[in-house]
Ligand binder design. Structure first.
Ligand code: HEC
Ligand code: HEC
Ligand code: HEC
Ligand code: HEC
Ligand code: HEC
Ligand code: HEC
Length: 316
């Protein structure tokens, strides 16, 4: 579709050139007319993106996007390899556009990646992303890019820790960091030492967010993460039983690997109660008693499990 638009546009441009300035033909036409648009020829967006990329990005990220441009040597955290499809393909467009317009710190990355909002509009940033996608190996397919999931009211954490980067892009296993989930009541959060284990090298010198990890480690303090999912004290929720029953984390917590900041809309909701009053039966909002019981009923009925429905197992 977009390829046809480009082909049409270039044909009009060529006609104009032929009509107005035959003398320009050999020079101006050299790039676009010598080869007629082929199957799979780049769209107008990609061509525009390529131009912008070579003006603004190539100096650090290199011709092929591998992070090996002439200025790359000056950075402690090297310019990212934008051609590494294993890391890049799952990242949402909105995330990449945000970094391009507002710089690395907008997503917790280093200020070595500068903001371009003074030079590029949003549409242009999208064109650059469209071009960068063409550099990826393995190849980028539109269906492999995830959507960015933003939960309203997500808390501000003491360190900008991104699940999108750790669990989405780098695909670090949930249970590598939440290691208690399969063996205890709590899922647990990684210790400062666990962060330092990877971040002794990654980002230490020039990422202020990672500097904070080392400050906590030096002071011997745990990182004071703000809690998101919480049931009242009088309720018993054991992770172990649920993880061992092979329920995916995301079924209860949402698509965490698509969130730059983890948040949740949980608990009783007036709208929900009103809809129920009218006689409809929407699924109960997460972390309410109705939610627990609905799933237990369903699991017992459809999967022959023995999830408790009696009061004392959940309240003691
Ligand atoms: C002055 C050097 C410099 C320029 C110019 C530059 N970048 Fe970067 N870029 C970096 C560095 C350094 C990083 C790594 C940041 C980190 O990992 O903390 C980076 C990271 C990125 C990332 C994050 C990818 C990831 O790892 O998730 C994207 C996307 C990106 N750059 C795109 C661009 C685009 C597009 C342009 C041109 C509009 C551009 N950059 C221009 C230095 C630069
Ligand atoms: C298994 C290795 C590993 C562990 C463990 C780890 N990280 Fe990372 N972290 C990474 C990688 C890889 C990146 C991406 C670096 C880049 O692209 O510049 C990263 C990036 C970051 C960044 C910059 C981007 C962002 O997410 O905002 C921050 C901040 C960060 N990590 C904080 C933490 C904290 C806090 C912990 C502990 C709770 C932690 N990391 C544990 C590997 C790890
Ligand atoms: C590199 C370590 C790391 C990985 C990998 C990781 N997490 Fe986390 N997770 C954290 C840290 C640190 C926090 C606390 C900060 C926050 O809420 O973002 C956290 C918070 C959470 C929370 C919210 C906890 C609360 O306060 O209620 C959930 C839910 C969660 N992670 C689920 C997951 C899932 C699901 C995955 C895999 C898709 C995953 N995590 C992968 C480190 C990690
Ligand atoms: C059946 C639903 C369910 C599943 C499956 C589930 N969780 Fe949870 N998770 C919860 C509930 C409910 C809470 C709040 C528990 C509380 O307040 O005691 C919670 C809390 C958390 C917390 C914060 C507090 C803590 O327990 O340390 C983290 C982190 C977390 N979950 C991660 C995970 C990860 C990672 C997985 C997958 C390995 C997972 N959860 C699977 C329902 C679930
Ligand atoms: C997505 C479905 C689902 C949700 C949501 C869910 N559970 Fe469960 N629950 C299960 C399954 C499956 C089992 C395991 C049954 C089995 O072992 O056969 C279970 C088991 C339990 C057990 C028994 C543990 C044991 O050691 O035998 C308790 C207690 C429990 N759940 C509490 C809760 C509470 C409290 C909530 C809500 C905060 C909740 N569950 C939400 C599916 C769910
Ligand atoms: C599968 C787990 C589960 C079972 C079974 C269960 N509850 Fe609950 N209950 C919860 C959770 C989670 C909450 C807290 C969330 C909420 O208030 O919706 C809760 C909240 C409550 C509250 C406080 C409500 C409020 O508005 O503050 C009462 C009272 C209660 N339960 C009574 C019972 C009684 C009585 C039974 C048995 C008939 C029972 N529960 C069975 C999980 C359970």
């Amino acid at each position: 579709m977009s390829r046809r638009i480009w082909a049409g546009g270039s044909a009009v441009a060529l006609l104009a050139l032929v009509a107005l300035a035959p003398a320009l033909w050999s020079g101006a036409g050299a790039q676009s007319s010598a080869t007629p648009p082929r199957e799979g020829a780049p769209s107008r967006e990609i061509l525009n993106g390529r131009q912008l990329y070579s003006t603004h990005c190539q100096v650090c990220h290199g011709d092929g996007g591998r992070g090996d441009g002439p200025s790359a040597g000056g950075f402690a955290t090297k310019p990212s390899n934008l051609a590494d499809g294993r890391l890049m393909n799952a990242l949402p467009d909105a995330f990449l556009v945000n970094i391009i317009l507002h710089g690395g710190p907008a997503e917790g990355l280093t200020p070595g990646m500068p903001p371009f909002a003074a030079y590029l509009g949003e549409a242009q940033a999208r064109d650059v992303v469209a071009y960068v996608r063409t550099l990826a190996e393995p190849k980028f397919r539109a269906e492999s890019a995830r959507q960015l999931v933003t939960v309203p009211g997500a808390p501000r954490q003491p360190i900008f820790f991104s699940h999108l980067i750790h669990a989405g892009s780098f695909q670090i296993d949930c249970q590598y960091c939440h290691a208690d989930a399969r063996r205890s009541e709590y899922a647990g959060l990684p210790s400062v030492e666990r962060c330092v284990g990877c971040h002794k090298i990654i980002g230490v010198q020039d990422n202020p967010e990672i500097g904070k990890i080392h400050d906590y480690a030096r002071r011997g303090q745990p990182i004071p993460w703000v809690r998101v999912f919480k049931v009242p004290e009088f309720t018993y929720f054991p992770h172990k039983a649920h993880v061992r029953a092979n329920l995916p984390c995301q079924g209860c917590h949402g698509p965490i690997e698509q969130m730059r900041v983890v948040g949740a809309q949980t608990g009783p909701r007036l709208l929900h109660d009103l809809v129920r009053l009218v006689g409809l039966k929407p699924p109960a909002p997460a972390l309410t008693m109705g939610w627990c019981v609905e799933c237990h009923r369903e699991q017992n009925r459809a999967h022959g499990r023995q999830a408790p429905l009696d009061c004392v197992t959940c309240h003691h």
